[in-house]
Design a protein around this ligand. Structure first.
Ligand code: GAR
Length: 233
């Protein structure tokens, strides 16, 4: 995808919307170079949807309960998304599994933030599973969405230390602030450089990404490359 001034985003969420709020705050900064064209939720009561409306953003709620089946529901989701003509779709706490057809439609244009260092801990309860395994490191990942749940190529990660007295809640809370930094920096990067997904590879500025970009090491809070690896500026 060629970056354009004012890359258009659709944010999809199911819950409180703190990652959305971080993106919205970033969208008011000049370095971000992207804006939220619309917010789409599968839950009419989602706090994040109310928050988006309070910011004056266009929102669409697509309630699964009022649709006969998944195909019908996803057709409405597609209509909502396509109506905003997004360059990228950002799943920010969107908690519904999407069909392969749906995901294919937005191949290379849909990213998700997941609270683990993928490929470790796909799925739910990541913080608890990290603690149960005795891991010393935890983190979050931004990946391109493919039909495999939490299995698409990973663009970027942020890493944090697990503390001896951490609980699932304390770990989740501490990581969340870093998720906000990661999602904003990752979207800023996508808005700045051409990024393509070819099969399981991410290609940035014509170079294959050998491993996920680590926030604070390979790229900074504004999505600028800072490390010795890829991509170019
Ligand atoms: C975030 O922690 C996000 O990583 C997670 O849901 C939370 C949403 O919080 N997403 C997933 O677990 C997706 N598999 P938010 O609504 O405050 O942004």
């Amino acid at each position: 995808m060629t970056p354009a001034a004012g890359t258009r985003l659709v944010v999809m969420l199911s819950g409180r919307g703190s990652n959305f709020a971080a993106l919205h705050a970033a969208s008011e900064k000049p370095w971000f170079n992207a804006h939220i064209a619309g917010v789409v939720s599968d839950r009419p009561q989602a706090a994040g949807l109310a928050l988006a409306r309070s910011h004056g953003l266009d929102t669409v709620s697509v309630d699964r309960q009022t649709h006969a089946d998944r195909e019908d529901f996803e057709a409405s989701l597609c209509a909502a998304i396509d109506g905003f003509e997004p360059d990228y779709i950002v799943l920010a706490g969107f908690m519904r599994v999407l069909s392969a057809d749906f995901v294919q439609r937005y191949a290379g244009r849909m990213i998700n933030i997941h609270p683990s260092l993928l490929p470790a801990y796909r799925g739910l309860h990541t913080h608890q599973r990290v603690l149960e395994a005795g891991d010393r490191k935890h983190g979050a990942s931004v990946h391109f969405v493919t039909p495999t749940l939490d299995g698409g190529p990973v663009l970027s990660q942020v890493r944090i230390e697990v503390k001896p007295d951490d609980t699932p809640d304390s770990l989740a809370e501490r990581l969340l602030a870093h998720e906000h930094r990661l999602i904003c920096a990752s979207v800023a990067l996508l808005a700045r450089v051409p990024v393509e997904v070819r099969h399981e590879d991410i290609v940035i500025d014509s170079l294959r990404l050998a491993s996920p970009l680590v926030l604070g090491r390979d790229f900074d809070e504004h999505g600028h490359h800072t490390g010795p690896g890829q991509p170019g500026q």
